[in-house]
Design a protein around this ligand. Structure first.
Ligand code: SAM
Ligand code: CA
Length: 220
């Protein structure tokens, strides 16, 4: 028995999936279809999708933001957990991947809940702020280009209501954040944001070793 977080073996990870992950048929087909793509490692893990859906239900979120859609698995997981009048504004720059996402959202009957904005996310976030969206979002997921993470965080924090939740993906970045010899731009950006979040008095935060590291941030 250990009091620190387990290092999951293949066998134990498979067990975790077997005894806890309940995907819908559309989630499963989307996950498998994405696995056949060259960029498949960008997709979130199924237990992470389920955890995010759980958070959405737990917090009663209705108005959500997603930064980084890819083929749509995370947005699908969140959309399925939202009430019928719930909404996600989803940001991405890639038409091809998000066309694929739309097909699966339609198959799952959640397409109407997802407002996809194809533009650099910084521009979409600024537009939402210009349109008076400040303090109006309940939940946000940040999972796009890592060098812009801090800018996404700052804009999202303004868009979030007090008590709202931001989920930031890849905050353990395959372990590279802890390896000082790794100094590429993506790693440094995540490392800097992690450091900043620890001392950010505007929020409560916790970093969970779920998938590639998931930081939960609650706006005070
Ligand atoms: N959350 C997704 C999922 O569940 O499968 C994975 C997102 S993937 C890691 C990152 C996405 O960010 C890609 O689809 C990419 O096109 C998008 N992206 C990259 N740069 C962007 C930018 N400047 N603005 C908006 N989206 C961007
Ligand atoms: Ca990710």
């Amino acid at each position: 028995m250990s009091s620190r977080t387990l290092n999951l073996t293949e066998q134990l990870y498979q067990y975790l999936l077997d005894v806890s992950v309940k995907e819908t048929a559309v989630q499963k087909t989307l996950r498998i279809a994405t696995q056949g793509m060259q960029q498949s490692n960008m997709q979130i893990a199924p237990e992470q999708g389920q955890f995010m859906a759980f958070l959405v239900k737990l917090t009663g979120a209705r108005k959500c933001l997603e930064i980084g859609v890819f083929t749509g698995y995370s947005a699908l997981s969140v959309a399925q957990a939202l009430p019928a009048d719930g909404k996600i504004i989803a940001c991405d720059v890639n038409q091809e991947w998000t066309d694929m996402a739309r097909t699966y959202w339609r198959n799952a009957g959640v397409e109407k809940k997802i407002d996809l904005r194809i533009a650099p996310a910084i521009e979409t976030l600024q537009q939402l702020l210009d349109d008076g969206g400040q303090s109006s979002f309940d939940f946000a997921f940040i999972d796009a280009d890592k060098t812009n993470y801090d800018r996404y965080y700052e804009s999202t924090l303004r868009l979030l209501r007090s008590g709202g939740l931001i989920v930031i993906d890849n905050t353990l970045w395959g372990g590279d954040v802890a390896n000082i010899r790794v100094q590429d731009e993506d790693t440094r950006a995540i490392r800097e944001l992690n450091k900043k979040l620890l001392n950010d008095r505007r929020v409560d935060m916790t970093l969970l070793p779920v998938a590639d590291g998931l930081t939960l941030v609650r706006k005070l």
